[in-house]
Ligand binder design. Structure first.
Ligand code: PMP
Length: 380
C-alpha cells in the first residue's frame, strides 16, 4: 500500500478537511453579498485575534509580498532602517530594502543564536531609524526572536516602527500587536494558519497608519495600504479581485483558531515543539537553535555523523513524510521539520515514527522507539 504523504515541511503545512472544503466551494462573484460579509468578518476577526486598534490587510500574494508591503508603507527612499537577522529570511529584508533606496544597517549573529537585545538598543541609539525589521521565527535557523523584549525597547524610540515578519510564527507563536509594541506584522496563509499558499496578511497599528498617511503617494501600487484600505472597510468596493476561495479558507482557519483558543494554541505549539525536539535528540539528532531561543513552529534538525541528507529525505518520503532541506551553509547538514498549524498527535507520532523507520533503513544504531516514547512521555 502506498503511504499518504504527510507534508511536514515548514509551510505549506497540512490542510485540515474543513479548510479544504472551503477551497473546493463553487467560486462566487466577488461582490456576492454573502462573500463580502465573510471577507469583512475575516478582516475584523484577524484584528481582534491579534489585538490591534489599527488595520488589517488581507491580499492575494505570498509572504515575500507581505514583507514588501510592510516596508513600503512606512518608509521612504533615504530613510535609515535596521535589520535584525537570524538567518536567510532576515537577510531577505536587506536586498528588499536596498532596492527601495533605504540606508540599511544589519545586526546578525551566528546561525542558531539570537542578536542580544542590548545590542539592538545600543544600535537604535546610534542614529534615527525610521524602522527596524525582526523575523519572529527565521525558518532557516528555527530561531525565535524575543519580540516582546524587542518591542519594549523599540517603544522608547518614538519615530521607529517595529516591523515583524510573522510568516513562520503568526498563529503559532505568541503575538499581540499593540501591547507588544509591534507596528507592522506580516504573515501568510500557508504556515501556522494551515491554509494553502496564496494569501498575505499585514496588520498595521495606529502609529504605522499615521506614518503611511504622512508619506503621501508612494511608488508602489498593488501593495499600497491606501489602495486597499477602502476594501478592507467595505469589501463591496473594488481594487483587485479578491482570492475568493482562499479568503473563505482563511476565515475557516480563524474560526478553528478561535474554537481552540489562541492562548491554548500557543501553548500547544510550545508543548509539541519541546516534545518533538526532545524526541529528535533522543534518537541522536541535534537541534540548530540554542535552547533559549527555539521556535515552537519548526525545528531545524541536525543529522548525526554519517547520515546523508538526500538519502535520508528520499527514504523518509518513501516512509510517508516530506521534510525540507537546510538552507545556506546548513544545506546537507540538517532537515527542517514543521510542527505548526492544524496538526495533532496522530500526525506528529506518525512523523517521528517514519523518521525512526528511515534511520533503521539507513542502518543507524539507536534504541528503536525512543523518539516516539520521548514524545509521548512529554506530551501526555
Ligand atoms: N519570511 C519567512 C520567515 C519565511 O519563512 C518565508 C517563507 N518560508 C518568507 C518570509 C517568504 O514567504 P513566501 O515564500 O510565502 O514568499
Amino acid at each position: 500500500m502506498k503511504n499518504k504523504k504527510l507534508v511536514m515541511i515548514p509551510g505549506p503545512t497540512p490542510v485540515t478537511e474543513s479548510i479544504m472544503l472551503e477551497m473546493g466551494r463553487a467560486t462566487c462573484a466577488f461582490k456576492d453579498a454573502e462573500f463580502t460579509a465573510d471577507y469583512k468578518k475575516l478582516v475584523n476577526d484577524l484584528k481582534k485575534m491579534l489585538k490591534t486598534e489599527g488595520e488589517c490587510f488581507v491580499v492575494a500574494g505570498t509572504g515575500t509580498m507581505a514583507m514588501e508591503m510592510a516596508v513600503a508603507n512606512v518608509t521612504k527612499k533615504g530613510d535609515n532602517i535596521l535589520i535584525v537577522s537570524h538567518g536567510y529570511f532576515g537577510d531577505r529584508f536587506i536586498d528588499l530594502c536596498e532596492r527601495k533606496g533605504l540606508n540599511v544597517d544589519v545586526l546578525a549573529n551566528e546561525w542558531g543564536k539570537t542578536v542580544p537585545v542590548e545590542d539592538i538598543e545600543s544600535k537604535l541609539k546610534e542614529k534615527d531609524y525610521v524602522a527596524i525589521t525582526v523575523t519572529h521565527v527565521d525558518t532557516s535557523t528555527g530561531v525565535c526572536a524575543p519580540i516582546k523584549e524587542i518591542g519594549e525597547i523599540v517603544k522608547k524610540f518614538k519615530n521607529t516602527m517595529l516591523i515583524v515578519d510573522g510568516v513562520c510564527a503568526t498563529a503559532g507563536e505568541r503575538e499581540y500587536i499593540d501591547e507588544m509594541g509591534i507596528d507592522v506584522l506580516l504573515a501568510s496563509s500557508q504556515k501556522a494558519f494551515g491554509v494553502s499558499p496564496g494569501l498575505a496578511m499585514v496588520w498595521a497599528g495606529p502609529k504605522a497608519m499615521d506614518r503611511r498617511k504622512g508619506l503621501g503617494t508612494i511608488p508602489e501600487f498593488y501593495i499600497d495600504f491606501e489602495k486597499w484600505l477602502p476594501i478592507m472597510h467595505d469589501p463591496n468596493k473594488y481594487f483587485g479581485t479578491p482570492a475568493v476561495n482562499l479568503i473563505w479558507a482563511l476565515k475557516e482557519s480563524v474560526r478553528l483558531i478561535n474554537e481552540e483558543g489562541l492562548e491554548e494554541r500557543y501553548e500547544r505549539h510550545i508543548k509539541d515543539a519541546e516534545a518533538v525536539q526532545a524526541a529528535m535528540e533522543s534518537i541522536g539528532f541535534g537541534i540548530l537553535a540554542d535552547k533559549n531561543c527555539r521556535a515552537a513552529t519548526l525545528s531545524n534538525v541536525i543529522y548525526p555523523e554519517g547520515i546523508d541528507d538526500a538519502e535520508f529525505r528520499k527514504i523518509l518520503a518513501e516512509e510517508g513524510v516530506v521534510v525540507a532541506g537546510g538552507l545556506g551553509a546548513y544545506s546537507g547538514k540538517l532537515f527542517r521539520l514543521g510542527h505548526m498549524g492544524n496538526i495533532d498527535k496522530h500526525i506528529i507520532v506518525s512523523t517521528i515514527s517514519a523518521i525512526e523507520r528511515t534511520m533503521m533503513r539507513l542502518g543507524y544504531e539507536f534504541e528503536v522507539g525512543i523518539g516516539v516514547k520521548t514524545y509521548l512521555e512529554m506530551i501526555m
